[in-house]
Design a binder for this molecule. Structure first.
Ligand code: NAP
Length: 204
């Protein structure tokens, strides 16, 4: 697949290497240059791996028809402030929007937004670190379009994660809360980032 990644930091860089390692055609785009500066037209999937606060600006650079129309837009962002506390301003004046994931869907209404990878610390985006005691690290997958969600589940599986579908995009609220807990444990409680979530389901 052709996958365009906005952001070449810890998350974009790590996931990009994992995806390229599986033979995907990965390229990077600088979100600060706006949507026109990014070659997204031919992309099968696009990954958002920039600070959430930059997403509204990127969306505002779309003039006319969005080149992301119909595309799967993976949202790995977490709404956090500089001091790691939760960002509660989602940049949308609609009280129905209660997560970054839902805000991203509003910013890019013609895209198929799927929240994913946000609950995994970037340190773990390496093949050898995706398993713990024989179990794969969980990544949770939320989105309104079941087909898009399914495609992201397949990608996450291929990369070596244990994907767990959580349903529609409103569940991004829960996934972002998990990320805040992750940060609380890692930063405030001193556990560091070699930590994360393993979901178990004895019946499946
Ligand atoms: N780090 C983690 O463990 C982790 C895990 C899951 C999710 N997340 C989320 O994933 C996203 C990326 O995190 P990260 O750790 O990869 O951050 P990072 O290492 O700081 O990289 C951020 C990337 O976004 C670019 N960027 C910074 N500010 C921007 C802006 N205002 N507009 C557009 N682009 C901007 C940076 O470009 P320059 O280098 O040129 O500044 C860089 O390429 C964040 O939303 C974060 O909350 C992080």
């Amino acid at each position: 697949m052709k996958i365009v990644v906005f952001g070449k930091g810890a998350v974009g860089g790590g996931l990009g290497l994992l995806m390229a390692g599986k033979g995907h055609d990965v390229s990077y785009a600088d979100a600060r240059r706006g949507i026109e500066g990014a070659e997204v037209k031919d992309a099968d999937m696009v990954l958002l791996a920039i600070p959430f606060q930059g997403v509204g600006t990127l969306a505002a650079s779309v003039k006319g028809d969005s080149p992301l129309t119909g595309k799967i837009l993976m949202d790995a962002t977490n709404p956090v402030k500089g001091d790691w506390s939760p960002e509660t301003d989602f940049g949308i004046s609609d009280e129905e929007v209660k997560s970054a994931g839902e805000a991203v869907q509003r910013f890019f209404p013609d895209s198929r937004v799927v929240k994913v990878f946000n609950t995994v610390f970037a340190d773990n985006f390496k093949t050898e670190r995706l398993t713990v005691g024989g179990s794969k690290i969980s990544t949770f997958v939320a989105g309104n379009d079941p087909e898009a969600r399914g495609s992201v589940v397949e990608l996450a599986k291929e990369l070596g994660f244990e994907p767990v579908e959580t349903g529609e995009l409103f569940t991004a609220r829960y996934l972002e809360a998990m990320a805040h807990l992750n940060i609380q444990l890692a930063v405030k409680m001193g556990r560091g980032t070699d930590t994360g979530f393993l979901y178990f389901d004895r019946n499946n």
